[in-house]
Design a protein around this ligand. Structure first.
Ligand code: SF4
Length: 83
């Protein structure tokens, strides 16, 4: 599964149109200072909700974040281990 470590995959298809979603409602960091330096708020603004993109868009975003051109994703799923 592509990007399975930090992207939630909607549906089971592995086509080029696969939809990836990050929901702030599922993130333990919502409302914390971490949001100010998170990919989701960088894209959506001060009150982010859900970031959805195709696998191709996620590849571009990952390239930008790896080069320091965009903030990294701070998403941490509620109930997930902090390690
Ligand atoms: S995904 Fe990012 S912007 Fe959304 S709640 Fe988590 S840390 Fe904040």
């Amino acid at each position: 599964m592509r990007r399975a470590k930090w992207w939630q995959v909607k549906g089971d298809t592995m086509s080029n149109e696969i939809e990836l979603s990050i929901s702030c409602n599922d993130c333990v960091r919502r409302g914390t200072p971490d949001c100010a330096d998170c990919l989701v708020s960088f894209v959506l603004g001060e009150e982010p909700d859900e970031l959805v993109m195709t696998a191709e868009e996620a590849d571009v975003v990952q390239l930008f974040t790896s080069q320091g051109m965009m903030p990294r994703l701070k998403f941490q799923r509620r109930g997930a281990s902090t390690q």
